[in-house]
Design a protein around this ligand. Structure first.
Ligand code: 13P
Ligand code: SF4
Length: 347
């Protein structure tokens, strides 16, 4: 991704935060004054989630963007989420507080390589996960998120050959539950790939009554141990509605903030990644700040978004997310198809 020169020169805090400022109330004041809506993904820091107008999974964030009346959309999430907002709302100013917040899946699927792959299989329909750049979406027939991937794949006739990219784990999971044999792009998420099988087994022995909640970007060996495999929104819903009291959570640890808010009487334990230091107290409290001292598995792209950057980006309406019109015109079709099917399915 192109990072503007001025961005490099100035760094990410374009102006120092005035001393003694109450950041959350200043952010809310600016958002109101500028008619801006703050959208946040479940993987962002809890303080950002608490400030946002709307917190959701990638499908819900796109749905919110598509219907907002705000003049400015501030995306506290990763770049492809902000790009989706800009594609849906080209007339609005879309701001992402740190443009370096990309995504390992989007990075794993550059548009030129994906286009070559698509061209090699002209009889295939192309399904891409929303975790892709706008340029990659432009090569796609329909976009999916983890909330609607299964239903959208099933909406194609069984004999229709399909390409699915970029997440090989989500693709393999959808193949296994639908009986399809989609051709898979070989991408993966650096967060979901590194959950520790051994540590999950040990936690299951320690908490035999706990339910295991797994995001479908995880490897098969982890998904096979799940009580529930689902999107962030589906895992949250299940955690609230299930009679179980304890949950082993195998997705980015930011989701625990909302789970604990929505079900304060329940216990949520983040399953650690392979390379975490052993620190059970930290894992259980979920209070550690960095992967070095903590069992939490964090997306370092999501964690680039901070309160300070949100404040500055609202103040300066910067950095703006732009999508070339030629790309936008192609990328909007598969996104709109996804939104239409999701609406029909009540998702
Ligand atoms: P959700 O669609 O479940 O929010 O997932 C987005 C994501 O980036 C998962 O890593
Ligand atoms: Fe991308 Fe993984 Fe971060 Fe989700 S958790 S935004 S898939 S890098």
């Amino acid at each position: 991704m192109q990072i503007p020169t001025s961005w490099n020169e100035k760094g990410y805090v374009c102006e120092p935060i005035p001393e003694g400022i109450d950041l959350p109330s200043e952010i809310r004041r600016l958002a109101k004054e500028k008619n801006a809506v703050i959208l946040a993904h479940y993987y962002t820091d809890g303080a950002l989630q608490d400030l946002a107008d709307f917190v959701g999974d990638s499908l819900a964030l796109a749905q919110q963007a598509a219907k907002t009346q705000a003049d400015i959309i501030v995306m506290c999430g990763v770049h492809f989420m902000a790009e989706t907002c800009k594609i849906l709302c080209p007339e609005k100013r879309v701001v992402c507080p740190d443009l370096r917040a990309t995504c390992s899946l989007a990075e794993s699927c550059p548009a030129d390589r994906f286009a070559a792959f698509v061209r090699q299989h002209p009889d295939h329909k192309v399904i891409s996960y929303v975790n892709t750049t706008a340029a990659t979406k432009a090569w796609t027939d329909i976009v999916v998120t983890s909330t609607n991937a299964r239903q959208i794949v099933e909406s194609f006739p069984k004999e229709q050959p399909l390409i699915f990219g970029p997440d090989r784990n989500l693709g393999a999971y959808i193949n296994s539950v639908t009986g399809r044999q989609m051709l898979l792009w070989d991408g993966a998420c650096h967060v979901h790939e590194r959950f520790s099988v051994e540590k999950l087994i040990a936690l299951r022995q320690q908490y035999p009554d706990a339910e295991v909640l797994v995001h479908p970007e995880c490897k098969k060996v982890i998904a096979d141990m799940a009580d529930v495999v689902g999107s962030t929104a589906a895992l949250l819903k299940h955690a609230v509605e299930s009679p179980a009291q304890t949950f082993l959570v195998v997705t980015e640890s930011g989701i625990l903030h909302k789970m604990r808010q929505k079900a304060p009487e329940k216990t949520f334990i983040p399953v650690p990644p392979d390379d975490s230091l052993e620190s059970e107290a930290c894992a259980i409290a979920g209070t550690g700040q960095t992967p070095k001292c903590c069992a939490c598995n964090e997306c370092h792209y999501m964690r680039l978004i901070t309160l300070e950057k949100l404040y500055n980006s609202l103040r300066h309406e910067w950095p703006l997310v732009e999508v070339a019109e030629e790309v936008r015109a192609k990328a909007i079709r598969p996104i709109q198809r996804m939104l239409e099917i999701s609406q029909r399915l009540g998702l």
